[in-house]
Design a protein around this ligand. Structure first.
Ligand code: 13P
Ligand code: ZN
Length: 268
């Protein structure tokens, strides 16, 4: 028998792979389990030794996450899930983790664990614990745009908003941009988590996208919406650029109609 949260996690890795966002081992996913979900699956836990995180995540003490493995392919999670994903627990001091289940044959959590956990740590406080998911994907069109648009939060947001009427409703605060940095470390993790105080989407220039959300489906849907807007923008730029678009006063009317507060910096 397979357990509900593990099933859902596998479904998202499969769907994200099929979107073309996860070549080879590209991208990673982490999900903070609810207390009920921990109860549901704790029978399969078998704790291993504690490992230093190299960071302290104050808000995540004793929390349990489902994570993808480092070097593991999203394509393979469904085919052999115990090898390619696992459950980890954060220590009572918030500076260590241990594997509770999965990640067999010497596998370890994603190399982007510092970024994922620092993002979860920030989102835990700014959303009162409602956000549980961080998804990092190698989104083709967003990456392409980081070679041609200025690496500026406001400009990127406005360009993406204009590509589909529902975009500002789905990501009303916009997107933040991290300039090119070495992945896998604490420095890029800190830069990303700073953006997560304000945005649910952080774009790593020439690399990919991080999305945060309440549920696996909402986070996948956010990634899909942002990447689709980027795909439209790539097509529009390839056809010679915009001849007409949605105007600032129209976005304000849209915000009023859908009762969402749009980031005012992107409405000038
Ligand atoms: P992992 O295989 O360690 O998860 O790394 C993939 C990746 O996308 C790095 O940014
Ligand atoms: Zn990556």
């Amino acid at each position: 028998m397979m357990y509900t949260p593990i099933n859902e996690f596998i479904r998202i890795t499969k769907d994200a792979y099929l979107k073309g966002w996860h070549e080879r081992n590209g991208g990673n996913l982490t999900y903070r389990l609810t207390k009920d979900e921990v109860e549901e699956i704790k029978g399969i836990f078998n704790a291993r030794e504690w490992v230093e995180l190299g960071i302290t995540v104050e808000n995540l003490k004793n929390e349990i996450f489902l994570v993808t493995g480092s070097g593991k392919f999203f394509r393979c999670v469904e085919l052999s899930y115990e090898e390619n994903m696992g459950a980890i627990e954060i220590s009572p001091c918030g500076s260590k983790y241990r594997i509770l289940w999965g990640l067999t044959n010497g596998a370890v959590p994603t190399s982007e664990l510092p970024s994922h956990l620092m993002n979860h740590n920030v989102k835990f406080s700014v959303t009162n614990g409602s956000h549980r998911v961080i998804l990092h994907s190698h989104t083709t069109n967003i990456i392409a745009l980081t070679f041609v648009l200025p690496l500026n939060d406001t400009i990127f947001t406005r360009e993406l908003w204009e590509m589909a009427t529902e975009c500002p409703v789905v990501f009303p605060n916009g997107v933040g941009i991290v300039p090119w940095m070495i992945p896998g470390g604490n420095e890029i993790a800190f830069a990303t988590s700073e953006l997560m105080k304000k945005y649910d989407v952080a774009i790593w220039a020439h690399h990919g996208t991080f999305c945060s959300g309440e549920t696996l489906d909402l986070t996948f849907g956010l990634m899909d919406t942002v990447e689709k807007a980027a795909e439209i923008l790539v097509k529009v730029l390839s056809m010679g650029g915009k001849k007409q678009t949605i105007l600032s006063h129209e976005f304000k009317e849209l915000g009023d109609a859908f009762k969402v507060t749009l980031n005012p910096e992107c409405l000038k």
